[in-house]
Design a protein around this ligand. Structure first.
Ligand code: ADP
Ligand code: CO
Length: 299
């Protein structure tokens, strides 16, 4: 059911995205980046597609073709992008005309992070049961359009521990996990207050602290693990140095070693200039807030 143990907040970005199409086929087939996927990967999307087939009262096998304009399983949220795109494609294919709330709720079953990526801008995924746990847009008076995110790409290869496996191990064994649950509830309330006030410093401070706490839980898992590599810590230090030089910016991280720097658009060029001292052009990708899913039918 992929029901979360905390509520959470995301910012949808434009730089990394997925294009997915769904057509009728003889047997279920899943192509990712032009490659026919094996039984296990196909089974995963097939089970997700079953939720939509069931709603439509259909047994139609599908050819699912997807292209990730984001490295897959590298801590750059391909699961959020990929499953949100697939949900949109399935909604179109079966003419379900689901509301965004219903679509977000179903998308959650494919990947938790994806239920937020249905929307553009800020979105909050609320905890609850199968009926009530889905994402809602967070009203911010357009403030997300003043923000940017600079990606420092340190390693775009597939992670050794998938998000799902890592989370399960942490929930079941980490001594730090209960503290994470308690503090993330407080952080989310403070985060939404910061958004309501358009208080960038507060938003950034909570974002960074929350990331550190979340990554801290993995260190106490049994067996312990971390999504960081050596360069992750160096990149975090660069962000701190930027602040010392008077540029407000804060890092955040998914389940992966890559560091993302949250900055106001007005400081984006200065922060990028500084980071160019340490990273190649290819390692630095700038994103701004992006739209939610876009769906259409080709005849
Ligand atoms: P990430 O950090 O990239 O989100 P996760 O471990 O959370 O990594 O999820 C990676 C998994 O998401 C992949 O193994 C695959 O099952 C799924 N996924 C990624 N992209 C797509 C896509 N375009 N279509 C369907 N599933 C996808
Ligand atoms: Co993911």
């Amino acid at each position: 059911m992929i029901l979360p143990t905390t509520s959470s907040l995301s910012l949808t970005l434009d730089a990394f995205y997925t294009e997915t199409s769904v057509t009728a086929a003889e047997t279920e087939q899943f192509f990712l980046n032009g490659q026919l996927q094996d039984a296990s990967a196909t089974n995963k999307v097939q089970k997700f597609a079953d939720l939509f087939r069931e709603l439509a009262g259909s047994t139609q096998p599908l050819k699912i073709e997807s292209t990730n304009f984001v490295p897959t399983a590298a801590g750059l949220a391909s699961s959020a992008s990929g499953l949100a795109a697939l949900a949109g494609a399935l909604n179109m294919y079966f003419d379900l005309a689901l509301t965004t709330s219903e679509l977000s709720r179903l998308t959650r079953r494919g990947s938790g992070s994806a239920c937020r990526s249905i929307y553009g801008g800020f979105a909050e995924w609320t905890m609850g049961d199968d009926q009530t746990s889905y994402a809602r847009p967070v009203a911010d008076d357009g403030w997300h359009n003043d923000l940017a995110m600079i990606f420092i790409l340190l390693d775009a290869t597939e992670k050794k521990v998938s998000s799902r496996v890592g989370m399960k191990r942490t929930v079941e064994t980490s001594a730090f996990y209960p503290a994470w649950i308690t503090s993330s509830a407080t952080d989310l309330v403070a985060m939404k207050a910061a958004i309501a006030k358009k208080d960038f410093q507060r938003l950034g401070e909570i974002t960074e602290a929350s990331t550190l706490k979340m990554h801290g839980t993995t260190l106490a898992a049994v067996p312990p693990f971390t999504y960081w590599n050596g360069e992750t810590v160096t990149a975090m230090a660069h962000v701190q140095q930027l602040r010392e030089q008077g540029f407000p910016c804060y890092f955040t991280m998914d389940a992966g070693p890559n560091v993302k720097v949250l900055v106001e658009k007005k400081n984006q060029a200065a922060v990028l200039d500084y980071l160019r001292n340490f990273y190649t052009q290819e390692q630095l990708v700038t994103a701004t807030a992006g739209p939610g899913i876009e769906m259409w039918k080709e005849e």
